[in-house]
Design a protein around this ligand. Structure first.
Ligand code: 13P
Ligand code: MG
Ligand code: MG
Length: 377
């Protein structure tokens, strides 16, 4: 069968500030998902949250950008918004930026990552004898939060020893999106390893360029990675919240193994995001369903693992990759890196450059002050 995995995520309200959605909101989305499974709209589905964002992961046979699937996710976020409004929650409906999506929620606020592929997992299938994948979901982050760790997992044998093996030695094709171009999806395709340095030239800029998709160069029609790379302020015209990307990453065999994919996250690398989406702070890996309540407002990332059977169903439970003592050390490292950066408050690289902040209230203040400058004699 032709199977699609869709990950759709939105912030539609949270308790006591931008922390986490309520249980009632999550339960409503879960019951919608259960109904969608029994009605046959989707094959399977899973609901969780990362900070204040609700994420829905689904399998179905309707393909990418399918109107019914996207409308279902949108309606579920609307249902959760109604509960958020009823209880006066913070940011109710925050990421639903249009009145109604026109067939597709991409560009309407929610983050969308989707992969479609031929699904026939069985022993005789040399390419994909089993189907497993990771979902990465992040909160309080800029759109390119995954640029460095995902690039390393797919292009650097220092992190992914599997790249030295026959199934991966030809490398991967990267589709990079220029998120500043609002005319449409502005894409360049570059190959690792040949274009390694060109890729780094683009991917160093997490606010403008983002990995949108990664595909095998050895096996046709085999995408591994899909990432929701968009900038909310480009859609809304003003700051409405952070871009908080979600990623679907098929793993093992012809793709990197989960440990090769998660090991670059041990860097707790600095990214744009954090409080008011204005700071440069480390990305902390956390267990799933973690609220944002720590010191500062650290960018966080969660990682789940799923297996999919021949019918497109998930196994009875998922795996929570960052809920492991090994990651405690990284969490402490992230907290330390955060304290070092925040020690210098607003100065220099501790905050994002003005070009990023110009969509927020900073613009009004700076413009007001600029008008008061005078050339002195
Ligand atoms: P969210 O996008 O998660 O709402 O966070 C934005 C923010 O401004 C954090 O301070
Ligand atoms: Mg929020
Ligand atoms: Mg959020």
């Amino acid at each position: 069968m032709r199977l699609t995995i869709s990950g759709i995520k939105a912030d539609v309200g949270s308790i006591g500030g931008h922390t986490e959605p309520t249980i009632e909101m999550l339960d409503k989305v879960k019951s919608n998902v259960a109904e969608a499974i029994s009605s046959g709209l989707i094959i399977d589905g899973f609901v969780f949250h990362v900070g204040d964002d609700i994420a829905i992961v689904m399998t179905h046979t309707k393909g990418k950008d399918n109107e019914e699937i996207h409308q279902f996710a949108w309606d579920s976020f609307l249902d959760a918004t109604a509960i958020a409004q009823q209880f006066g929650l913070y940011g109710a409906g925050q990421d639903l930026l249009v009145d109604a999506p026109s067939g597709n929620v991409r560009g309407a606020g929610p983050g969308v990552a989707e992969i479609e592929f031929e699904h026939d997992p069985q022993k005789g299938n040399d390419t994909r004898p089993a189907e497993s994948f990771n979902v990465f979901a992040a909160d309080k982050c800029g759109p390119g939060a995954y640029n460095l760790p995902i690039f390393l997992g797919f292009a650097d044998p220092m992190y992914c020893g599997g790249l030295m093996l026959p199934k991966m030695i030809k490398g991967f094709k990267f589709r990079i999106i220029d998120m500043n171009n609002t005319d449409g999806d502005s894409i360049i395709e570059l190959n690792a390893p040949e274009d390694y340095y060109k890729l780094t030239v683009l991917l160093r800029d997490n606010e403008r360029f983002g990995i949108e998709r990664i595909s095998s160069r050895t096996y046709e029609d085999q995408d591994s990675v899909a990432i929701s790379a968009q900038r909310l302020h480009n859609i809304a015209g003003t700051y409405t919240g952070k871009d908080d990307p979600i990623a679907i990453v098929r793993n093992q065999g012809i793709f990197p193994a989960p440990e090769e994919l998660v090991s670059p996250f041990a860097k707790a690398h600095y990214i744009g995001g954090d409080a008011r989406g204005s700071h440069v702070m480390p990305l902390m890996p956390v267990p799933i369903n973690t609220p944002v309540t720590g010191i500062y407002c650290l960018p966080i990332v969660e990682c789940l693992g799923f297996s999919v059977n021949a019918e497109g169903k998930f196994s009875d439970h998922h795996v929570d990759f960052f809920d492991n003592p090994a990651w405690d050390l990284t969490r402490m490292k992230a907290q330390e890196k955060a304290m070092h950066m925040r020690d210098q408050g607003w100065s220099g690289p501790a905050m994002l450059p003005y070009t990023e902040l110009e969509y927020s209230g900073f613009r009004n203040i700076v413009e007001g002050l600029e008008a008061q400058f005078e050339i002195s004699d």
